[in-house]
Design a protein around this ligand. Structure first.
Ligand SMILES: C[S@@+](CC[C@H](N)C(=O)[O-])C[C@H]1O[C@@H](n2cnc3c(N)ncnc32)[C@H](O)[C@@H]1O
Length: 286
């Protein structure tokens, strides 16, 4: 995957756009003239920016935040980190709370809110659910473009929360984000910073031709790659977590590093492998 340029859609965003473009060493392109045009025209505009690059992506920065647009065969697909849109908000408010499988996997229950290190944050969906449930969550992400989307999604959500959603603000206050490789981070962790739970959800190869695989998922995969080092991450996580390591896997996938978990929670398409180290004390971080 190659990030080829950053297009901004509002002159008021020029300074932010320039900062981001500099950070990614890509040209900063004025797209204000194509705001509101038909999708085909917009497609022609961005495709013409980099006609010869296969597998290209562009960042598009608009009033609603930062998105990554795929060019080429997946044109029209864009991904962003969303922490305040309608479906995320619905899940936060009506999503089943502590009854959700992810809550059980991590060990959230009455008065127990483990401190979670989400070592493979991606677009932050799982980490945000855990923060919504009451956990302090540190997100680690090593792919700079994904980290930029996360950072922007958190900032957009905070602006929205400050204006009209005090509950969301509390959730966001429980989330922090670090751009780093998790293996290196875990190696250098001090005793005081050891998390209660390390949560892992590394990439798993998708069947790219399958209609079942959502386009967004395919684009995310081509952006991020394979996470071929995920087995090593489990070992590092087991050394650092105080109470438990939770690994999210597709239901049919083998366990990470071939390590048999102590418990397994199975859903329709995913499962959680639990490696328990110590019992979570009652009242932990209550
Ligand atoms: C499948 S995605 C995680 C999805 C996430 N659970 C969510 O709900 O959005 C895996 C992510 O972990 C990141 N990742 C994998 N190994 C990592 C490592 N060693 N350090 C930091 N990030 C890593 C990848 O870059 C990718 O963005």
């Amino acid at each position: 995957m190659k990030l080829t340029s950053l297009v901004y859609l509002d002159a008021a965003l020029l300074a932010t756009a320039q900062r981001l473009a500099e950070r990614f060493a890509v040209p900063c392109v004025d797209g204000t003239a194509v705001v509101g045009v038909k999708p085909k025209l917009f497609q022609r505009f961005v495709s013409n920016l980099n006609p010869d690059v296969e597998d290209a992506f562009v960042f598009v920065l608009g009033p609603d935040g930062l998105a990554l647009h795929a060019l080429g065969p997946e044109y029209g697909v864009s991904i962003r980190a969303d922490f305040h849109g309608p479906s995320v908000t619905f899940r936060r408010k009506q999503g089943g709370g502590k009854g959700q499988m992810i809550a059980k996997a991590v060990g959230v229950r009455g008065g127990v809110y483990p401190r979670v290190l989400d070592a493979t944050a991606g677009l932050g969906g799982d980490g945000f659910v855990l923060a919504s449930l009451g956990c302090q969550v540190t997100l680690l992400e090593r792919v700079a473009a994904v980290r930029a989307l996360l950072e922007d999604g958190l900032a957009q959500a905070r602006t929205h929360a400050l204006a009209q959603d005090a509950d969301l603000l509390q959730v966001l206050d429980r989330v922090s984000l670090i751009e780093t490789d998790a293996a290196a981070y875990l190696r250098n962790l001090t005793e005081a910073d050891r998390p209660d739970v390390v949560y892992l959800d590394p990439m798993f190869p998708v069947r790219t031709k399958s209609a079942m695989v959502k386009k967004e998922m395919r684009v995310f995969h081509s952006l991020v790659g394979q996470d071929a080092d995920a087995d090593d991450l489990l070992e590092a996580a087991l050394r650092c977590a105080r109470y438990r390591v939770v690994v999210k896997r597709p239901r049919i996938a083998p366990a990470l590093a071939g390590a048999t978990p102590n418990h397994m929670l199975e859903g329709k398409s995913n499962r959680y492998d639990l490696y328990t180290l110590e019992k979570l004390p009652n009242g932990l971080n209550a």
